[in-house]
Ligand binder design. Structure first.
Ligand code: GAL
Length: 447
């Protein structure tokens, strides 16, 4: 066997990512709580409930675990609905609670990254029309201003909006997220408002904190034509343009350009300090002339790709390298803000982890500037419309007792974080099935 280590640059951020509604528990004032109360919205009628009880203080023990296992960063989100429960009410206690969490990271020598919007909104915002009403742009900027002013002594790395593309598709095209709509025009209007809101938030943050670094987290999905038929190629390209490209391209050029709607939004041009990338999987795409609901496409996973426990994710690490190469075209530093797999038994996760990190290393070795990697997630948490059916945590969660269950991937990830690299010894120990791919004999060369 070839021995060696793929090292990452000095100062690389190694962490995990979480989101407020998924881990905090008892978040009663937001759109997702209301959604969970509606029948048929969440698989098996499950609810976030107490979640990982971070609002009750269990973030402390989880941060301890993260720190003790070599992580030097953490990405969390704050909930607008807690900080501004009504249009003219600001909850200082909620801000104190977040301040405490960020101080908790600082005390553990972990770099915080804060997401200011991760899928949920206050109910009162939804009642005003949510992201379909342009008024949301200023409302959101006001919330950002208030929150950043309170939290900036502890953080300078901000993600304005998590996955605007998923928020648009799931809320306004496939209807899995609130408000459960299915209308392309509305979806595009929402995307424009998200982009404008990002621009205003960018300015608000930089006014307060000139040294801030402000980005967005895009969910990059690989879309590959299922065959050589030109229509499959066009279908894959159309999805890529709408889903992956729209937000970062508009934020670069100031032009919102889609087949059915084109508009200049010059005030957002150049307003990204880094690009956050969330990568999970890659689809094969076929043109499907009758599938209007699915944008005239049919998507499925490559046959030879192993799938996650519920079939939600296919293991396609080469798509991760493509993701980073795609992201590089925007000329910005990149941070991997999410990557992971649902796997309660930890059968696939160790392999998924090392092969994805290797793909990332390959991209970085071509001089693509990536500053950190946040694994999704630290501990099992509430997976939106899929409820508790999917387990993405390095640590498992026993919902009844709140006990954390240490999965083998914890130790694998700890060794990677501490070494700042992936060694053949670590791969052999935790994911021997990946050795052939990461350390093939051919690497030894011949003489
Ligand atoms: C992302 C989302 C996360 C998490 C993850 C795994 O799209 O940002 O909140 O749910 O998927 O499903």
């Amino acid at each position: 066997m070839v021995k060696g280590t793929y090292y990452f640059p000095e100062g690389f951020l190694w962490g995990t990512a979480t989101a407020a509604h998924q881990v905090e528990g008892r978040s009663l004032n937001d759109t997702w709580h209301a959604w969970e109360e509606e029948e048929g919205r969440i698989l098996n009628g499950e609810k976030a409930g107490l979640a990982c009880d971070w609002w009750g203080g269990r973030w402390r023990e989880d941060f301890d675990r993260a720190q003790a296992t070599g992580q030097n960063a953490h990405r969390l989100s704050i909930a607008w609905s807690r900080i501004q429960p009504a249009p003219d009410v600001w909850d200082e206690d909620a801000l104190d609670r977040y301040r405490e969490m960020l101080m908790g990271l600082r005390d553990r020598k972990m770099t915080p990254m804060v997401t200011l919007h991760h899928f949920t909104d206050p109910i009162w915002v939804a009642e005003l029309g949510g992201w379909e009403n342009e008024a949301v742009v200023d409302l959101y900027a006001k919330f950002v201003h208030k929150s950043v002013r309170a939290l900036m002594p502890y953080c300078n790395l901000w993600v304005t909006i998590n996955e605007p593309n998923v928020f648009m598709v799931s809320g306004y095209l496939d209807g899995a997220f609130p408000p459960g709509k299915n209308d392309l025009n509305t979806a595009l209007l929402v995307m424009q408002n998200l982009i404008r809101a990002h621009g205003k938030a960018y300015d608000a943050i930089h006014d307060l904190q000139p040294q801030a670094r402000v980005g967005v987290a895009i969910n990059y999905r690989g879309f590959k034509p299922a065959s050589g038929w030109p229509f499959d190629g066009l279908a894959a390209k159309a999805l890529h343009t709408l889903f992956n490209d729209l937000f970062p391209r508009t934020t670069k050029d100031g032009v919102f350009n889609t087949i059915i709607k084109k508009e200049r939004i010059p005030e957002v041009a150049g307003k990204l300090d880094f690009l956050g990338l969330n990568y999970y999987s890659t689809d094969l795409v076929r043109f499907a002339p009758f599938a209007r609901q699915d944008m005239y496409t049919q998507r499925f996973y490559p046959e030879d790709a192993p799938q996650s426990e519920t079939g939600f994710i296919a293991h396609v690490p080469e798509g991760f390298e493509e993701c980073v190469r795609w992201g590089a075209q925007y000329g910005l530093p990149m941070i991997i803000t999410e990557n992971g797999v649902e796997d309660s038994q930890d059968d696939l996760r160790t392999r998924y982890l090392v092969e994805h990190l290797h793909a990332l290393w390959m991209a970085m070795n071509n001089n693509l500037p990536v500053e950190g990697y946040f694994h999704w997630s630290l501990v099992d948490n509430f997976e939106w419309e899929r409820g508790w059916s999917q387990r993405f945590g390095l640590w498992g969660l026993d919902l009844e007792t709140q006990a954390r269950i240490r999965r083998p991937s914890v130790d694998l990830y700890a060794e990677i974080c501490r070494l700042n690299g992936i060694s053949s010894a670590v791969v052999e120990k935790y994911a021997p099935e990946a050795l052939g791919r990461l350390f093939p004999d051919s690497l030894a060369g011949s003489d």
